[in-house]
Design a protein around this ligand. Sequence first.
Ligand SMILES: [Zn+2]
Length: 177
Amino acid sequence: MLGGQDDYYGSSFDQRIHRTHSSSASFARPTVKRLIPPAASSPSVAAAMRGNRAKDTGPELTLRSALWRAGLKGFRKHVGGLPGRPDIIYGKRQTAIFVHGCFWHSCPRCKIRNPRTNSSYWREKLRRNKIRDRIILREIRRLGWRPLRFWECEIRASLNVCLAKVRRSLSLSMRSG
Ligand SMILES: [Zn+2]
């Protein structure tokens, strides 16, 4: 167990070294202070924190099976190489779909309140997520792809509207060649 921890610290140390050496490269990132997550204050918060990293979440599965049923097949999931690693992509039609959890991505409809414990951590964390999302969407567009972002509440409440948006994006890219 201890050995594992050593490996962990060792690897993050290597990354720091690597970053220092590559700082003169063209792809220089601004230095951002790392946010250290606080210990979860309750089991439900712990579950939510794990949920941040989860792939194949409920709403995502719902959307994928609906796409399949609607005949909008031929998508791939979690493909690397595109900014933000979209949840679903239609490669030929250059459509990238993001399924966003309402809490983690600050859904404008749900307006979920920040947890009261460690509120400054959460405020900063969610603020960064929002900025990151904006950059990712911009980058995707810049690469000539059409990004679609669906909120989990949207998928729950109006799946057909989501499907219509996907259908529209796919047909638009067919028209433009
Ligand atoms: Zn929402």
